[in-house]
Design a binder for this molecule. Structure first.
Ligand SMILES: [Zn+2]
Length: 137
């Protein structure tokens, strides 16, 4: 490996998303619940996307969802991902309602299909960052 290893871009935290990243380090996917209208949202924002309330509370998701759509990536989007291909990108519909783009743990691509149940699996990618991936149930 060369000394100039290209690193993958890491997410940056802010006041709205800090709880999300902290939760993932504990194996939890935190979703924002609006205390005024009940809307559940992912990703984190300062306002409810439905009623614009600031009265948002973080609650852990069940970690269960289903595949709304997916794609298997064979050509890396950049040099930092060359070692990862092929991998599957998932659009997961969480049990709580929000959809999130994520990634499949493993490479059982032939088993992928729409509406298949998946479960959360946090994957540590650095000392400070765990990402929410999903595995087939
Ligand atoms: Zn709301």
């Amino acid at each position: 490996m060369s000394e100039q290893t290209i690193r993958k871009p890491l997410p940056t935290t802010d006041g709205d998303s800090q709880a999300l990243w902290d939760g993932l380090k504990e194996g939890k996917l935190l979703l924002q619940h609006c205390a005024d209208c009940g809307h559940v949202q992912y990703y984190q924002q300062s306002l409810c996307r439905l009623c614009q309330s600031k009265n948002l509370v973080h609650k852990p998701a069940s970690g269960r969802g289903k595949i709304h759509s997916y794609s298997v990536v064979h050509r890396a989007p950049g040099p930092a991902f060359k070692g990862d291909v092929p991998y599957a990108v998932l659009l997961v519909e969480l049990e709580e309602g929000p959809r999130m783009i994520s990634r499949l743990v493993g490479n059982d691509f032939d088993a992928l299909d729409f509406d298949l149940p998946v479960k959360l699996q946090t994957v540590k990618i650095s000392d400070d960052v765990c990402l929410p991936y999903f595995s087939l149930m």
